[in-house]
Design a protein around this ligand. Structure first.
Ligand SMILES: [Mn+2]
Length: 384
């Protein structure tokens, strides 16, 4: 069976106040092409379908169209779970009815463990969809005393493994979960599940399953074993991800449950990039840049003040979203109050200020000029 594993669509997300809906539609069209080209038998979406628990209407419409094409037109079943961004109850609307059509939605956690069974020529594969859970939810639903995310997930995976052993011991198994695997590489675009690393769960608890389709971490990666895997998000959702292209996982499972795994790239209309340099050089290079529409973070290295740098950059790069002045960043990093500095005179204060902003010493001619200026101001003060 060939399974397409994807996650973290975050449909409806905004980035620096720009809607990413067109970008999301573009890569979802590619995802549809991959399903056809690769003869995919089943699609897994491992949580964070929407970006918010109450998604905007256009986001609902885009998901509706996409699922309709996959399930109804292409006749490929979809199994999806609620992530920490989704409103589990809302996502699960109509779930029981939709199973008849081949759409399996796991909304809120229930005490029923019931796999989705899909078959290929070698027999059935049991898919166990587990929505995003926190320890309090597991305590409430199962009347147990689990503490922490790792214990809560271990409780669930042990229950699933025991159920599978009892009812489907000869079937292959896939678990779908939304969690932070300990040691995984995070990006700046995941919302923390709890503070201080207490949200991390051990990867080894998933080794009893033939494949584990994970969501939450936005970089494609695997932990512990190649079959315990994050597909990564649909798009780059932060400037921390500029170097990491996005993809979906294609999992070809054989009759023994062994998996041959590959990645299919997702190519956005607008990439996300960081551009660094002096304003004039950036503007000149931008004129021949084939990717002018990309979402940019610009890091300006100019030492002098510039009037309306954002306006100037946007004449060439319309989607500059964030601007940093590298020299001003140093200033911010070393802004601890230094009591010795308070004893300096006005000229020394200005020299320090110049050094922080320009990253260089005040030239002698300008120093003389400023000294005269300060003198004349101080003379006026005295005359009052
Ligand atoms: Mn996410």
């Amino acid at each position: 069976m060939k399974i397409l594993h994807t996650a973290d669509w975050h449909i409806g997300r905004h980035f620096h106040n720009v809607s990413l809906l067109d970008d999301q539609r573009h890569v979802l069209d590619q995802l549809l092409e991959i399903i056809v080209a690769e003869n995919v038998d089943a699609v897994i979406i491992a949580g964070d379908i929407y970006d918010r628990s109450v998604p905007p209407a256009e986001a609902v419409a885009l998901l509706n169209d996409t699922l309709h094409t996959i399930v109804d037109d292409l006749k490929v079943p979809v199994i999806m779970i609620a992530g920490n961004h989704d409103g589990a109850v809302r996502l699960g609307f109509g779930a029981k009815q939709l199973t008849k059509a081949g759409l399996y939605i796991s909304g809120p956690l229930t005490d029923q463990i019931k796999p989705v069974e899909l078959s290929d020529a070698h027999g059935p594969i049991c898919f166990y969809p587990l929505p995003y859970i926190d320890p309090a939810t597991v305590r409430n639903v199962f009347d147990t005393e689990v503490q922490g995310f790792d214990e809560a997930m271990a409780f669930m995976t042990q229950r699933i493994a025991a159920y599978h052993q009892k009812h489907h011991a000869n079937c292959r198994s896939v678990v779908i979960a939304h969690c932070f695997i300990a040691g995984g590489a995070a990006s700046a675009s995941e919302r923390p599940l709890s503070v201080g690393g207490a949200d991390q769960v051990n990867a080894a608890q998933f080794e009893k399953f033939n494949y584990t389709a994970l969501g939450h971490l936005h970089q494609p990666q695997y932990k512990h074993e190649e079959t315990i895997r994050y597909s990564g998000s649909l798009l780059k959702y932060s400037f921390s991800e500029v170097e990491k292209p996005k993809s979906v996982c294609l999992v070809d499972m054989d009759k023994n449950g062994d998996c041959d795994i590959s990645e299919a790239a997702l190519n956005p209309i607008r990439d996300m990039r960081v551009v660094e340099g002096e304003l004039d050089a950036i503007l000149a290079a931008g004129k021949t840049d084939a990717q002018k529409q990309d979402y940019l973070l610009v890091r300006l290295l100019d030492k002098h003040a510039i009037l309306d740098p954002m306006g100037k950059l946007r004449t060439v790069y319309p989607n500059v979203l964030h601007l940093e002045k590298a020299n001003l960043r140093e200033f911010n990093d070393s802004s601890m109050l230094d009591y010795a500095a308070l004893k300096k005179d006005r000229l020394q204060f200005f020299e320090d200020f110049y050094h922080q902003v320009a990253g260089d010493n005040l030239p002698e001619d300008q120093r003389t000029h400023i000294a005269h200026l300060i003198d004349s101001i101080e003379d006026q003060d005295v005359s009052k």
